[in-house]
Design a protein around this ligand. Structure first.
Ligand code: SAH
Length: 410
């Protein structure tokens, strides 16, 4: 450990790290000792009295200065710092065992999130299993620098036929690492991004290079299934549909018809192709590649209405500073969605902005209802699927809120 860089915290700043918090911001740091290249370095973190708090990776260019990976938690115990590669493999293995405990995979679901960053004590690392492929998102400088080690761990623990590793735009900006696909194994399948996903008994063909995030949004798995149970014999409007997850669950469960709306042309084309893949006749799905708000305004002007609506927009609050602006956008969107909800209908309205709390989101729904002179009845508040755990010390990881409502006049 002697050659590791030392990051020494300011007085009074160490409590969260004894509790296991993974992120040290630069404001908490008193000084850094040792030679740090621009690309960062493994480090040991100490409090002002030089008690070791844990080990991690120091990224001098990152918005988060240190991501702790191993926590000491108490000075009563000796601290045994583990080599990074051993730690990563052990944590990936533990994460996979947790999924088994949750019943994943099973006969109707072969694809899911295997590693969910802080929620699996692996800050900066996300691993999704999509059919026979493992799709790895390197969301920190530490994981980016260690991508060969990460690939080995994933290969040994999950035994996938393919590994795709990528850095998304947001991670690239926050961590000062290059965006794009960084590692594909095996080399001879470099061009091949097509995978087949089975979730809740529904099949999807997903392109891991052309898709979004890691190709599929598994966080809504249980909400898709629960909402589908409420859609039998009904007409569904699926706003921000991506490749049609909510609609296909509903159609397979007996919904009469689904209308999917998403601004992404490829996502809409995939939704139609996936309907066919699941034996859903073409006349039961209408697909529109358009901006959802523009489309909704027009539907409202034409007096259209649906019995069941899902509204699942992308993250509207990019940071803490954007919460008010985001709430206003959610209010405009939800007012429009409620205005095309048939009397007696159900709306599942979602937010995946971690900065928008459940409380703020519910208050926004009250305001949206008020604009239409309607009372809003909340039937359920659902969250992200259990393969997306969050850590109690880093509740930022609880980002998805899905609220099932109905409305009444007056
Ligand atoms: N409901 C989806 C996930 C939605 S993710 C599922 O179950 O898988 C958010 C989606 O919003 C993305 O597919 C993105 O293409 C789409 N999107 C982003 N901006 C949009 C806009 N202005 N209008 C319509 N769709 C938009």
């Amino acid at each position: 450990m002697s050659e590791r860089v030392r990051v020494i915290l300011r007085r009074g700043k160490s409590k969260p790290f004894w509790l296991g918090h993974p992120w040290v911001f630069s404001g908490a740091i008193d000084r850094v000792e040792g030679v740090v290249p621009e690309t960062g370095a493994p480090c040991v973190v100490e409090d002002e009295r030089q008690n070791v708090l844990g080990t991690g990776f120091y990224n001098p260019m990152g918005k988060i200065a240190v991501r702790l990976l191993q926590h000491r938690r108490t000075t009563d115990l000796p601290f045994d710092p583990q080599p990074f590669d051993r730690l990563v493999e052990q944590r990936v293995r533990e994460a996979a065992v947790r999924r088994q405990a949750l019943g994943l995979p099973h006969g109707r679901t072969d694809s899911y999130r295997v590693v969910n960053a802080e929620g699996d004590h692996l800050s900066g690392l996300v691993v999704d299993k999509l059919g026979d492929a493992a799709v790895v998102h390197l969301n920190s400088r530490a994981m980016y620098e260690a991508r060969a080690v990460v690939a080995d761990a994933v290969r040994r623990v999950l035994g996938p036929e393919r590994i795709i590793m990528a850095v998304g735009d947001e991670a690239s900006r926050l961590e000062a690492i290059p965006t794009g696909v960084h590692y594909v194994w095996p080399e001879e399948r470099k061009e091949d991004g097509a995978v087949q996903v089975l979730e809740n008994g529904v099949r999807y063909r997903v392109d891991v290079f052309g898709g979004q995030k890691t190709g599929f949004y598994f966080d809504q798995r249980d909400n898709r299934r629960r909402f589908a149970e409420l859609c039998e014999g009904r007409r569904l409007l699926d706003l921000y549909s991506y490749v049609g997850g909510f609609s296909l669950n509903a159609l397979v469960a007996g919904a009469e018809h689904a209308t999917v709306v998403d601004s992404s042309g490829p996502a809409i084309a995939a939704a139609s192709a996936n309907a066919q893949l699941n034996g859903v006749p073409a006349e039961r799905l209408s697909a529109h590649a358009e901006d959802a708000m523009v489309w909704l305004k027009e539907a409202n002007a034409r007096g259209l209405a649906w019995d069941r609506i899902v509204c699942d927009p992308p993250k509207l609050a990019r940071g803490r500073g954007h919460i008010d602006e985001a709430i206003k956008k959610y209010a405009r969107l939800n007012t429009l969605a409620m205005s095309v909800l048939a009397p007696g209908g159900l709306l599942l309205t979602c937010t995946c902005s971690q900065h928008v709390s459940e409380e703020a989101f519910l208050r926004m729904l009250t305001d949206a209802g008020h604009r239409l002179r309607r009372t809003v009845h909340v039937h359920a508040v659902w969250g992200q699927a259990p393969d997306h755990p969050f850590s109690v010390v880093a509740p930022e990881g609880r980002y998805l809120t899905a609220v099932l409502i109905s409305t009444s006049e007056g």
